[in-house]
Ligand binder design. Sequence first.
Ligand code: MG
Length: 407
Amino acid sequence: MEIRSLEVVPVAHREPPLRNSWGAHSELAARTLVRVETADGLVGVGETYGDDQVITALEGATDLVEGMNAYERTPLRLRLQDEMAYGAIETALLDVVGKATGQPVHALLGGKVRDEVEFSAYLFYKYADSDPETAAICPREVLSPDAMVEQARQFVDKHGFEVLKLKGGVLDPDTELRTLERLAEEFGRRCPLRIDPNGAWSVETATRIAKRLRKMDVTVEFLEDPVPSMHAHARLKRNVDYPIATNMFVTEFDDIATAVELNSIDVILSDHHYWGGPSGNMDLDHTVRTFDLGVGMHSNSHLGVSMATMSHVAAAMPTLRYACDTHYPWISDDVIEGSPIEISDGFVDVPDEPGLGVDLDDERVEEMHETWKESETLGYSSVGSMAAEYADAMADRGDWLPNKPRW
Ligand code: MG
């Protein structure tokens, strides 16, 4: 099945001013869509990050993709030598192969092992949205434990989430600990909680916090990237018995060997955007099983094509046993028809239609592409821009740096 064309379409979407240990999200974020078309006129789509580097890599792949056989993905992966660009293209190729064969993407990945995929509520400290009317959820400022409980209540009431993940590394660790305590008081002591300080804590601080958590009657599934390096996690694991998860220090297959040698990580967070596409994610699932590690799923700010892809991939991963992360409930713009994909009782029904089971809304894509063209600051494209955004927005924090560990 010959691919006749590859189209790369950057788009911009609104995003709330969410906080993390690097700074703050801009209120406008970029994503990149890819669209492949076969000689027979079938169209497949993929979505990835929106930074200039990946756009350049995707545009540079045009000659390799045009004229290729949609089934022959491995030679493309080897020729590209760019896992992120490959991830977006592979997604589009699987979508188009699925449409051609009448099979959903999860079937092309080996078959689904679950009919619905669980997602966690992704809770963020944040500033107030500048345009509350356009917010999908929680437009107000959230910079205290009680305000976070209100935010979580909205997530649970709207989508039925049963697992709560707190983006940490923003307020001092004792306030974030108090936030977890308040969440447990509100949603039950057995409600699974996670905290992800993105490496903002020292080993000593993370050890102290973990020991305090053990004394509290709360259920913690894992600590995600509490400290700022692979070696720091190895030191931390000698002190604490909570599982340690990462999406920061194990981001490619070579890193797994180091993580196993150092015994620094228990759970690797997969991501089809950079682990070699959906099929690379399946490779990761098989590899973690070899080492008796766990696997979850990481999320970066994303639109509906990625949400559908994540659901197909998660459905096909036998080792996955944690609710997946997603930013999807935060966004109010989307590029797919019939948006948003429904999250009900914390779960997404896995699509069984051919391919990804989603279609681009061409009008919205064009509008969001125009927004991208007109915008100079597409903040959440890199960690550097998040720090700059935070420093710019906060006049009294002009000298702020994303220094780690901070506490
Ligand atoms: Mg993380």
